[in-house]
Design a protein around this ligand. Structure first.
Ligand SMILES: CCCCC/C=C/C(=O)SCCNC(=O)CCNC(=O)[C@H](O)C(C)(C)COP(=O)(O)OP(=O)(O)OC[C@H]1O[C@@H](n2cnc3c(N)ncnc32)[C@H](O)[C@@H]1OP(=O)(O)O
Ligand SMILES: Cc1cc2nc3c(=O)[nH]c(=O)nc-3n(C[C@H](O)[C@H](O)[C@H](O)COP(=O)(O)OP(=O)(O)OC[C@H]3O[C@@H](n4cnc5c(N)ncnc54)[C@H](O)[C@@H]3O)c2cc1C
Length: 664
């Protein structure tokens, strides 16, 4: 049976909405759609950006090939005069972790956020022209999450007007910074500031690592790669490094001094800027990671959905075709919530980008009032979206059955590249505990301070604690107000319950540690309120195109009611829902799946992913899966010869019972 092509043609005819308009809704605007479409095609049509063979390359070849791609991309950026936004898209579509990610997403933002005007004037033009290449060296062998526990020291030497950067212990070795092992010429190194024997907190320092002429490490610097990482290809295109400093001297003006300054005399000056701004780069990157989650999840979902329409299994009658696996209700109940999550994450990512831009403008004007909210939102949504996306990619692999385990399905490499997002830029549990601190504070202040921003719903604490859900039929769940209220009530009740239990502890920190598992659950509930509410806000906007808004509404209900079903224990335990109401939500969910079904292929086509980006035989746009799987198997270099190396040496002696005399 080779009819995958016909199956997808038939599926596309079933769509009940305007796919081109949905592409625009997904992209955010027509202009954003046209821009990303143009850059995606530019990459897909350039043979240098080929990536299908990546998992078969050895590490050195892989890395060199990655350097070649970056150089080619930089040449394109210059030749075609691409803007920063276009260059960012180019990096996205090349789809290969590389040192430039650190340059553009961490080194430059760190200088922008934590540097003085003078430092920005000096370093940013150099970095933007790639005349210096920078990385972000915060994590050490012994500490990653606990930034205040870092051991690297930066001791001021008043004689020379320099800082001495030093790694006093093995565990103080910088460990993980991307781009550092082989490429970066500079790094922002986070170190303990020591002035006249006194510790003044952890700060960022611009440290030159390599000679700009011959690329050798500078005296006092030992640098190398930390070794192969999870999966073939995947994150191994990145040179994550280890660095050891042996009393390396840098000029005083290379400490990032927007937050605090060190004078020529070696005096510490704390400005009005809050210390937390030192963590500002992480807020920026967490926001970006949330925006990227929908890109990764939508890729996996696109592959699994197209393949589920092509794949047939069981149920043939009178010699007719078997059932498309997408028609199994179990397949739908696993796949469609992921499809809906991709859209939900897309919209919350768009909102978070707006929030970040607003906070950034305020910070530039020395208004720090919204920083705690921005920190809680970026930390929490980073945790929620990356955990769900990593789990979702793995679920998509299983939805593709055995073929999903093939590298040529595109899923293993996507998974291996994606999963570290649950750890980097803040371990997901550690991040949820940051949200918990914010929530606990909000709840403890409820009596005298009105919560604002994403916790504003807790102003209605009395109503949310006392009233119960009024739903009586499955149909009544199709009301955004009813759905959002259910999430708000559950979240408020969980947060208040945590607050009440915490109040019983004499030592609040001890109580926080003891209740931390419950606090993480309360934080997740709050973050789900944000995602659900932002989806509703999106639906309140004008969304042009036949049937587009209706389908997005269906996806909203799928997302929200699936979460409600998954976490029904919380909704029932907090007493907002009755078991009957939870069961009605589940009945509605089944009805919603049947509304998604005819539109499923068109909904994943609306992501506008090229075959190059998907790099998946199962997810091909044309559905021509089986012939191409067969072809790829025989194109694998392992099939170059019928007789593999080692057969004559190790297998044949066994067959001939001559192993005793064979040389092994
Ligand atoms: C393209 C991208 C490639 C990505 C490659 C990967 C790169 C990396 O991974 S770089 C390394 C990233 N590292 C981390 O993310 C480390 C995670 N750890 C932390 O962020 C922090 O250390 C912490 C937040 C977990 C704890 O910090 P600590 O100083 O111990 O802070 P407290 O818990 O005592 O909190 C003090 C106070 O500050 C608030 N706060 C913490 N972080 C931020 C922030 N980023 N922005 C604003 N405010 C922040 C925190 O909420 C506390 O507030 P109060 O409760 O009001 O005191
Ligand atoms: C692919 C990749 C790229 C990276 N790139 C960079 C980079 O460019 N620059 C850089 O500086 N760093 C980088 N990192 C490092 C990364 O930021 C850290 O690994 C991350 O912040 C987690 O810290 P950790 O490794 O110390 O984990 P740990 O904190 O040691 O976590 C181990 C376990 O302990 C738990 N845990 C820790 N603290 C607590 C707590 N307070 N309460 C409850 N549980 C806790 C965690 O949940 C986790 O389960 C990278 C990491 C990876 C994987």
């Amino acid at each position: 049976m080779e009819g995958g092509v016909d199956y997808l043609i038939d599926e596309r005819k079933k769509a009940q909405f305007d796919v081109e308009a949905m592409k625009v809704a997904w992209a955010g605007s027509r202009q954003a759609f046209e821009l990303s479409d143009r850059i995606a095609k530019l990459v897909a049509n350039d043979p240098i950006f080929e990536k299908f063979s990546r998992p078969m390359l050895g590490r050195k070849e892989l890395f060199k090939n990655s350097l070649r791609k970056v150089a080619h991309a930089w040449k394109l950026i210059i030749d075609l005069r691409l803007s920063e936004e276009e260059a960012k898209l180019l990096r996205h579509y090349i789809d290969e972790p590389a040192y430039t990610d650190l340059q553009w997403e961490m080194f430059i933002p760190a200088i922008e956020g934590q540097g003085t005007e003078e430092q920005k004037r000096k370093w940013l033009p150099l970095a933007r022209k790639m005349q210096v290449i920078g990385s972000y060296a915060q994590t050490e062998l012994g500490h990653g999450s606990n930034v205040q526990g870092l051991e690297t020291t930066a001791t001021f030497d008043p004689q020379t007007d320099e800082f001495v950067i030093h790694s006093p212990t093995l565990t103080s070795s910088k460990w993980w910074p991307g781009g550092t092992a082989k490429v970066s010429t500079h790094a922002i190194v986070y170190a303990r500031l020591i002035l006249d024997g006194q510790f003044h907190g952890v700060h960022g320092f611009i440290v030159q690592l390599r000679n700009l002429e011959n690329h050798t490490p500078l005296p006092g610097i030992t640098v190398g790669d930390i070794g192969m990482k999870f999966g073939n290809g995947a994150y191994n295109t990145m040179d994550n490094g280890v660095i050891r400093f042996n009393h390396v001297h840098i000029p005083r003006n290379q400490m990032l001094m927007r937050v605090s300054q060190v004078t020529r005399e070696g005096k510490f000056v704390q400005s009005d800027v809050p210390r937390q701004l030192l963590y500002g780069t992480m807020v920026y990157v967490r926001q970006k990671i949330v925006a990227d989650a929908s890109k990764a999840l939508s890729r996996a979902v696109c592959i699994a959905t197209r393949y589920s329409a092509v794949r047939r299994q069981f149920g043939s009658r009178n010699g007719g075709p078997e059932i498309q696996v997408i028609d199994y209700k179990t397949q739908q109940s696993r796949l469609f919530p992921l499809l809906a999550s991709a859209y939900a994450f897309r919209f919350v990512g768009e909102w978070l980008k707006w929030l970040y831009t607003d906070v950034k403008q305020r910070l530039e004007a020395n208004d720090f009032s919204t920083l705690p909210e921005a920190h809680a939102c970026t930390a929490g949504l980073k945790s929620l979206t990356t955990s769900a996306t990593a789990d979702g990619i793995e679920e998509c692999r299983k939805l593709c059955g055995g073929h999903g385990y093939l590298v040529s399905s595109g899923i293993p490499e996507l998974f291996a590249t994606y999963v570290p997002a649950c750890t980097f830029e803040g371990d997901n549990v550690v991040m949820m505990l940051q949200v918990a601190r914010f929530l606990v504070k909000t709840v403890s202040e409820l009596g005298y301070k009105q919560p604002v921003g994403t916790t504003a719903y807790m102003r209605r604490v009395t109503a949310l604690m006392q009233s119960n859900c009024a739903v009586r039929t499955a149909e009544e769940w199709l009301n955004p107000g009813v759905v959002v209220e259910a999430f708000e009530a559950r979240s408020t009740r969980m947060a208040v319950a945590c607050g009440q239990r915490l109040a019983k502890f004499e030592n609040p920190e001890e109580g926080f540690a003891e209740l931390s598992a419950d606090l993480v659950e309360a934080s997740l509930a709050h973050c789900q309120v944000i995602v659900v509410s932002k989806f509703v806000e999106k639906l309140q906007q004008e969304i042009p195109g036949k049937g587009v808004k209706r389908l997005l509404e269906v996806l909203f209900y799928v997302y929200a009611l699936f979460l409600l079903h998954k976490h029904q224990g919380d909704f029932l335990a907090t007493g907002y829902l009755t078991p009957k109401q939870a069961s009605l939500a589940n009945d509605q969910l089944r009805i919603l799946y049947s509304k998604v079904r005819p539109n499923a292929i068109a909904l994943v086509d609306s992501f506008n992913h090229t075959d190059h980006l998907l790099s998946s035989i199962l997810g091909r746009y044309d559905g021509n899966v089986y012939p191409k799987l067969y072809e790829a198997a025989f194109n694998d270099p392992f099939n170059d010869s019928d007789i593999a190396d080692g057969i004559h040496q190790y297998v044949q002696p066994m067959l001939r019972q001559e192993l005793h005399s064979a040389k092994l």
